[in-house]
Design a protein around this ligand. Structure first.
Ligand SMILES: Cc1ncc(COP(=O)(O)OP(=O)(O)O)c(N)n1
Ligand code: TZP
Ligand code: MG
Length: 220
């Protein structure tokens, strides 16, 4: 088994949003603001570029004991010594990933329905990315948004940790958490912010307030 993972504030990177800033600097700032887990998401990099970047990101996460998750690519995750890999419904299936790696590797799976959630849990997923909770311009090739109600249904169905992703920012993060999510995963709320440390801090405050706001649960 791997160490206990804190999924509460999950940063998913996107270099299209970094402008002239360095990805490493944004990640470091976001950690100072309270990010607990980082996914390197590179949809256009060459394999070599992806690997080199993964090694560099891993170096900065290590002293903070923050797990690195690699999007889509189990080969890159294994090669750079990342703690985990995240796969979606059109990526390598979780049960096939599990044939290759043991329980030490964190495997996350994107789901948007109760059926997908149950299948991923049975296949050995460590956590689920409920995706997308809200529509988002960051990723448009998605199934219909689950909304808070869909997220809640999935929460009531599976026993593994779940994070909400898609259109989440400091004004709605508390609701997502109060619906039972173990955390929120964000791209633009941190990556597109001119102040990633402050953005992460605001998200952290919202997450913490959501944990103490069970009243949302009965409303959704
Ligand atoms: C935490 C988290 N949840 C969902 C996703 C989406 O994964 P996927 O559906 O495979 O889409 P891409 O990110 O690969 O475009 C995610 N990356 N992370
Ligand atoms: C990677 C991903 N998977 C589902 S929605 C999404 C993008 C989320 O981006 P944002 O946090 O900017 O809405
Ligand atoms: Mg994917």
């Amino acid at each position: 088994m791997h160490m206990q993972i804190d999924y509460s504030l999950y940063l998913v990177t996107d270099r299209r949003m970094t402008g002239n800033r360095s990805l490493i600097e944004i990640i470091e700032e976001s950690i100072a603001g309270g990010v607990t887990i980082v996914q390197l998401r590179e949809k256009h990099a060459s394999t070599r570029e992806f690997f080199d970047l993964a090694v560099a990101v891993r170096e900065i996460l290590k002293p903070h004991r923050i797990p690195l998750i690699i999007n889509d690519r189990l080969d890159v995750a294994l090669a750079c010594g990342a703690e985990g890999v995240h796969v979606g419904q059109s990526d390598m299936q979780c049960r096939i990933v599990r044939r290759i790696v043991d329980r030490k590797m964190i495997v996350g799976v994107s789901v948007s329905t109760v059926e997908e959630a149950l299948a991923a849990e049975a296949d050995g997923a460590d956590y689920l990315g409920v995706s997308p909770v809200f529509n988002t311009p960051t990723k448009t090739d998605t199934p219909e948004a689950t909304g808070l109600q869909g997220l809640q249904k999935i929460r009531q169905t599976v026993n593994i940790p779940i994070v909400g992703i898609g259109g989440i920012h400091s004004a709605n993060a508390a609701q997502v958490v109060s619906c039972g999510a173990d955390g929120i995963a964000v791209v633009s709320a941190i990556m597109a912010s001119s102040e990633p440390r402050g953005a992460a801090r605001s998200l952290r405050a919202a997450i913490d307030s959501g944990r103490f706001a069970p009243e949302y649960r009965s409303q959704t």
